[in-house]
Design a protein around this ligand. Structure first.
Ligand SMILES: [Fe+2]
Ligand SMILES: [Fe+2]
Length: 134
C-alpha cells in the first residue's frame, strides 16, 4: 500500500474524532481528538518524515513546512482547550480550516510526491513501521 493511501485512511479517522467533538462540544471528545491528532503528528514526524529524509539523504522544504504547520495547529489546540467549553468558537473555526488545508496538502501533494521519490522497499519499511503503532 502506498504511504498516501495509508495516510488517507488515518486522516479519515482523525476527521471522525473531530466531527464527534464538533457535534457535541464535550471536553472529553475534545481531549480524545487532541490526543489522536498529537499521536498522528508524532507518527508523521517520528516515522515518515525522519525515514524519508534518511532514505533520500537530504532535508526537504516540504517537511520543514509541514512540521511548522503541526506546531501551529498544536498551539491552536492548546488555546481552544483553555477556553472550553464556551468561547472557543472562532479558534475552532480556524483550527478546522488550518487542519483541513494541512491534510489536503499532505494527501494531494506531499504524500504522492514521496511515494514517487522512494522505492518500494523504502516505502514498505515506512508503512511497516507505521502499522506497528496503529
Ligand atoms: Fe501532518
Ligand atoms: Fe497527516
Amino acid at each position: 500500500m502506498s504511504i498516501t493511501n495509508l495516510m488517507i485512511d488515518e486522516h479519515k479517522k482523525i476527521d471522525e474524532y473531530l466531527k464527534k467533538f464538533l457535534e457535541r462540544f464535550g471536553e472529553a471528545h475534545f481531549k480524545f481528538f487532541e490526543e489522536k491528532l498529537r499521536e498522528h503528528f508524532g507518527m508523521e514526524k517520528g516515522i515518515i518524515f525522519t525515514l524519508t529524509e534518511k532514505f533520500l539523504g537530504k532535508e526537504l522544504n516540504e517537511i520543514f513546512k509541514l512540521k511548522e504547520q503541526h506546531k501551529e495547529i498544536l498551539v491552536g489546540l492548546a488555546n481552544i482547550r483553555k477556553k472550553l467549553p464556551d468561547g472557543a468558537k472562532d479558534l475552532i473555526q480556524t483550527l478546522v480550516k488550518d487542519l483541513s488545508a494541512h491534510t489536503r496538502y499532505e494527501e494531494h501533494f506531499f504524500y504522492p510526491k514521496i511515494d514517487d521519490m522512494l522505492d518500494e522497499e523504502q516505502k514498505s519499511e515506512i508503512t511497516q513501521e507505521i502499522r506497528k503503532i496503529l
